[in-house]
Design a protein around this ligand. Structure first.
Ligand code: ZN
Ligand code: ZN
Length: 348
């Protein structure tokens, strides 16, 4: 009997040590311009505010989905589960830390400062201590976060509950911008893309941010919106570390990846496209045409137009394209890569 019990225990231990060997989506995004491309989600909730999962679950979801970094950003001012889960603002980070270390996920301490509009909701990430951010006046809260060296961004500026008459930039935001408090804006939150916020980022030199703002499980987001992966911010960092991400965010080296769209400055989008796509030399030619293989090494979809013809190149796949032998101009328009100049054009 004792031997059976030991055997069962051993089996249980073996099984638990294998539970983290499930397949992970590598979610290939090429490195560009001497930077490492890091897939990040800087906005999500747990039971410590109005989310419905324990903090380490957020880390595991991010791991299986191919992310490099996350920040758990529970609300400072709103804890509907506080009868069951005590108010302890730093606890979600502490509880998720060891899972992050085990799985190689960069975990960034963060919080959501949750006020009415203006200024609305703002995330502060790279915070040292959330407790002093719990203040009456929002400017005090934001100044504490700023003094801790946080990177602060405005969340979901077009959220219908706070923007009933449409998305709007308020004088309060100008003040926050002028005093160096806000550094970025979510141009994407969950299933919403705010083109106006993209314009503000370009105009006011703010960093482009795209996040899931998950409250339930990530699987529920996939099902609800029929997406392959969550919205995320691709950060172009000098090193794969928390410090590397922080430097890149303050320098504005990011793009938004949302469903099948990639949105950001042309310089980054062009490099991402060029590094993702490979147009091989012709494997066959006749009198008029040549035949070439176009390979997509990345997890991006490419909705291309070449010589007036629409093509859809799926992640990690390839296709044969034909071109005129006389006019070998492979100028592609990429309709789902959106820059300050509209859809991206690349020459391969
Ligand atoms: Zn919010
Ligand atoms: Zn939120």
């Amino acid at each position: 009997m004792k031997r059976i019990a030991i055997l069962l225990l051993a089996l249980l231990l073996v099984q638990s040590s294998f539970t983290q060997s499930q397949n992970r989506d590598p979610l290939n995004v090429p490195d560009i311009q001497d930077f490492i491309s890091l897939k990040c989600d800087f906005h999500m909730h747990t039971v410590f505010s109005d989310g419905s999962v324990w903090p380490d679950v957020r880390v595991k979801e991010a791991f299986f989905e191919g992310l490099d970094a996350i920040s758990i950003t529970d609300h400072v001012e709103y804890q509907p589960h506080k009868k069951d889960v005590p108010t302890n603002h730093n606890r979600p980070y502490e509880l998720a830390k060891s899972a992050a270390a085990n799985l190689g996920i960069i975990l960034i301490p963060g919080t959501e400062i949750t006020r009415s509009m203006p200024p609305g909701h703002l995330n502060a990430i790279f915070i040292e201590d959330t407790n002093p951010i719990d203040t009456e006046d929002y400017t005090d809260a934001l100044n504490v976060a700023k003094d801790q060296g946080s990177f602060i961004f405005w969340n979901h500026p077009g959220w219908v509950r706070q923007a009933k008459d449409g998305i709007k930039w308020y004088d309060e935001h100008t003040e926050l911008l002028n005093s160096g408090i806000i550094h970025g804006i979510e141009i994407v939150n969950s299933n919403n893309y705010y083109p106006e916020a993209f314009e503000w980022c370009l105009e006011k030199n703010l960093t482009i941010i795209s996040n899931s703002d998950m409250h339930g499980s990530i699987a529920s987001l996939h099902e609800k919106f029929e997406v392959e992966h969550r919205p995320m911010t691709i950060v172009f960092a000098k090193e794969r570390s928390s410090a590397g991400i922080k430097e890149a965010l303050f320098a504005g080296r990011t793009v938004a990846w949302y469903g099948k769209k990639v949105i950001g400055k042309e310089t980054f989008l062009k490099s991402l496209a060029v590094e993702s796509l490979e147009l091989e030399a012709a494997h066959y030619k006749n009198d008029k045409s040549e035949y070439r293989k176009l390979v997509n090494h990345s997890a991006f979809h490419f909705y291309l137009t070449l010589n007036g013809k629409d093509l859809h190149l799926k992640p990690g796949s390839e296709m044969i394209i034909t071109g005129s032998i006389e006019d070998q101009d492979y100028q592609f328009a990429i309709k789902n890569f959106i820059t300050e100049n509209g859809e991206l054009k690349v020459q391969l």
